[in-house]
Design a protein around this ligand. Structure first.
Ligand SMILES: [Zn+2]
Length: 69
């Protein structure tokens, strides 16, 4: 059995470098500088979930990139 390490990451892009910002009602919110996400919700992810989030984000970005061209 291995202990799983959970990290708080951005639910949109999987970035773990989240910053606190003074937010509206709930006090503090997280701010992801990688994708611009701002919100109180973050994901506590293990490595597997983290990879899934990142992969999905890359796919979404590529799709958006094609459309924007
Ligand atoms: Zn993000």
């Amino acid at each position: 059995m291995s202990e799983e390490k959970l990290v708080k990451v951005c639910p949109v892009c999987g970035n773990s470098e989240l910053y606190y910002e003074a937010g509206g009602y709930g006090g503090k919110v997280y701010h992801c500088k990688a994708c611009g996400y701002i919100g109180a919700f973050v994901v506590e992810a293990n490595e597997e979930l983290l990879e899934n989030i990142k992969r999905k984000y890359e796919q979404e970005r590529q799709k958006a990139g094609k459309k924007a061209g």
